[in-house]
Write a protein that binds this ligand. Structure first.
Ligand code: CP
Length: 735
């Protein structure tokens, strides 16, 4: 393929090149492409010429320089560039081309042509290097505040950069150019632009110094016109501490040399990163690559009827053979979905025993007579006697041939499994790998740079010592402040004023927090299972209930899922959710994760913002499994086991398919104060079934689950409030 303008790659192609460049920088081996690259650089160039020469070497190709068309003083005229290129194009796989004028014709059906700057049209490879650099320096490209300074009309890289920026939804683009040197209006469509004066750089994330050469002829600019736009110490003093100054280079005097040593001056690092971007570009444009990619791409999943639950279950039973199947989780009731597996024998859980007949069950709640708040309790940090007894009981159980399915891999399970790993299959991830995927800043920063089309919340990270900076921001706007690991909304605060920050500082020990503006929208949750090759088994989209009065005291506390309400979502939004889900799944698989996972997102104005990835089963998985089971489909617990027994997904149903079935909602009611509950056997609220209720005088700790109210009808429209009937059901229950 040719790369003459950024549009030739499109947003997905650009992201793909950036992702590949990231991999190359991290040590991935470039492809050994062989062949030869012609560097037809017919106007001056340092970085692009030498950078593509090096990239050609990196991909195993021979770089050949061609620097002027055939001409001698004895000739009346040089050979035209068009003739030169047409006649040699067959010798090369790729021609990297820079010319003073856009050529009147380019070779076709032979070498791929990569523009290294054609006339005043575009400089797409430089724009890719710029985006890569921003990604590397700031951790993301989306949602940033940009200032572009220089001759924004004439500099061809600006044309490429503005066109590409429109795909990354900048929060702001300030255009800083002398009169008559602003960009053409057609470049600004869809961008939040405004003209700005020299030095108006406060609040910017990126100050891009595009270049303001003195020029000549009709393009000449005198020093008086150029001087105000120079970036010097005064401009740097107005830029924030986290901002970066980029420049494609060369510079004349647009950036004062005094600021070279400022760590925010990133142009040398920017240029260095070009090596990886240019290798990624050569790989992407190499002839036959697109066809090869097409050939290798798995055929699109056929929306075939789901393999029946019983067929998939039989496959699992065959793979498990004589092994007992053991479930290790938080709520024992979650394991009910395994009850039709012949091998299913035992549950170890923390609260809410399943009550299944014929299954051995060890539940901490039944032993301690206390129900813990699962979002605050961590069994791995509990050294109490009952947990020690639980380990001993697991060791005993694992003396027979078995396989264990964890809700979430953890250290307690590992302590019983490793000593018995000769007899027991662990159908889950290694628990310390699991921990990695629970580090929210790592996951979201990886996703934003590494995946095609995953839009994440634009978090900014602050060291604990920078709390005063957060307070300064709170003077202007409320902020969400979040610790880096938390479940069920426990570590997330909505802070409205500097004074509230100290009182509501999220507890953590890792020295930094994340902040972001509140993104208003519909909270969405998805259940899925990823297989080692990145294939996904989807298990339902729901509207997540968050912070519902009467159900939780936490502002962002988890309160249940409404699968029925999700049926009303726009068809395009559902497809966008699936696209994000598939991208997250692909990323998880590439990083060695497999099995059940969840994705929380905010749906805002038809955009899907991924909020977090839950590398485990979720509170919604039990109802998701019940819905699958009632439509004779293998649910996510079975699919998860399949992912660890080297099976394929049970089917390729899309979320759109799944929303066509009879659906349901559940509301998780948490108690505000610690309560002792005698058996609550009263009539369930009309239209609701009640689940997860504790029995036998258990003390339910503040914040713990009191009951799960399940209904066939939608209960919410916005995820943060309930319908009248649902509200009264909660009131009756949580009186
Ligand atoms: N940025 C850039 O294109 O540099 P050269 O002109 O030196 O190639």
């Amino acid at each position: 393929m040719n790369l003459l303008r950024v549009a030739d790659l499109g947003p997905e192609g650009v992201r793909s090149v950036l992702r590949r460049a990231t991999d190359l920088e991290r040590g991935a081996r470039p492809q050994r492409l062989g062949g030869a690259v012609l560097l037809a650089i017919l106007t001056p160039s340092t970085r692009t010429r030498l950078g593509f020469a090096r990239a050609a070497v990196d991909v195993g190709a021979v770089p050949v320089m061609f620097e002027s068309a055939r001409y001698a003083p004895t000739m009346s005229a040089p050979e035209t560039l068009e003739d030169s290129l047409a006649s040699v194009a067959e010798y090369y796989e790729v021609i990297v081309l820079r010319t003073a004028q856009y050529p009147s014709a380019l070779p076709e059906d032979s070498a791929s042509i990569i523009s290294a700057g054609l006339g005043d049209d575009e400089h797409p490879t430089q724009a890719l290097i710029d985006l890569f650099s921003v990604q590397r320096e700031l951790g993301r490209i989306e949602g940033l505040r940009w200032g572009l300074v220089g001759d924004l009309n004439w500099m061809r890289v600006v044309h490429s950069l503005l066109r590409a920026l429109a795909w990354f939804e900048p929060a702001e683009v300030r255009l800083m150019a002398p009169p008559g040197r602003g960009p053409s209006p057609e470049l600004l469509s869809g961008l939040p632009c405004r003209e700005a004066e020299p030095g108006d750089v406060e609040g910017l994330d990126v100050l891009y110094v595009a270049g303001l050469p003195p020029g000549n002829g009709e393009f000449a600019l005198d020093d008086a016109s150029r001087r105000p736009w120079r970036v010097g110490p005064e401009t740097m003093a107005r830029l924030g501490p986290g901002a970066r100054v980029l420049c494609p280079l060369p510079r004349v005097d647009e950036i004062d040399r005094q600021v070279d040593a400022d760590p925010r001056s990133a142009w040398v690092r920017q240029s260095a990163g070009g090596r990886f971007v240019r290798s990624a570009i050569l790989e992407a444009c190499w002839p036959g690559r697109a066809e090869e990619d097409e050939r290798r791409r798995p055929s699109p999943p056929v929306s075939k009827p789901a393999a029946s639950r019983s067929a998939y279950r039989e496959l699992l039973e065959r793979r498990l053979g004589k092994r007992e199947l053991v479930y290790f989780g938080t709520r024992g009731a979650d394991a009910r979905s395994l009850s039709d597996l012949r091998n299913f024998e035992c549950i170890f859980s923390q609260i809410a025993p399943s009550g299944l007949a014929g299954v051995d069950e060890v539940c901490l709640e039944s032993i301690t007579k206390r129900r813990v708040d699962l979002d605050a309790y961590n069994i791995d940090a509990d050294g109490s006697g009952p947990v020690s007894d639980l380990r001993v009981e697991m060791l005993r159980r694992f003396e027979t041939l078995a396989a264990v399915v964890p809700y979430r891999a953890g250290a307690v399970l590992a302590s019983a499994w490793f000593p018995r790993s000769d007899k027991v299959l662990h159908l889950g991830n290694f628990h310390e790998l699991q921990d990695t995927f629970e580090h929210k800043p790592w996951v979201e920063s990886q996703l934003s740079e590494a995946e095609v089309g995953v839009r994440t919340i634009p978090w900014r990270y602050f060291a604990d010592s920078e709390r005063p900076l957060i307070k300064e921001m709170l003077e202007i706007t409320p902020l969400v402040v979040r610790s880096n690991r938390s479940d069920g909304g426990t570590g997330v605060r909505f802070i409205h004023s500097p004074e509230d920050l100290d009182r509501d500082w999220p507890p953590h020990t890792d020295g930094f927090v994340a902040t972001a503006s509140f993104v208003d929208g519909l909270p969405i949750n998805v259940n899925a299972v990823v297989f080692p090759d990145g294939a996904v088994s989807r298990h339902g989209v729901s509207v997540q209930l968050v912070g519902i009065e009467g159900c939780t005291k936490r502002r962002f506390g988890y309160c249940g899922n409404d699968f029925a309400a999700a049926a009303a979502l726009d068809a395009g939004d559902i497809q966008e959710i699936d696209r994000a889900l598939d991208a997250v799944a692909g990323w998880l698989a590439r990083h060695g994760y497999r099995g059940a996972f969840g994705m929380d997102a905010i749906l805002s104005e038809h955009k899907v913002f991924v909020v977090e990835v839950n590398p485990r089963f979720q509170g919604s998985s039990r109802l998701s499994a019940a819905l699958d089971s009632q439509s004779d489909r293998a649910d996510m617990f079975l699919a998860h086991i399949g992912a660890f027994l080297d099976l394929s997904p049970p089917d390729h149903l899309t979320s759109t398919d799944l929303l066509k079935r009879p659906l349901a909602a559940h509301i998780v009611v948490h108690t505000g104060n610690t309560r002792v509950l005698e058996d609550l056997a009263g009539d369930p609220p009309p239209g609701f079934d009640v689940d997860l209720v504790s029995r036998g005088g258990v003390t339910v700790e503040a914040g713990a689950i009191l009951a799960d109210l399940v209904t066939r009808c939608p209960v919410t429209a916005d995820g943060t409030s309930l319908s009248a009937s649902a509200r009264s059901a909660v009131e009756v229950w949580n009186a």
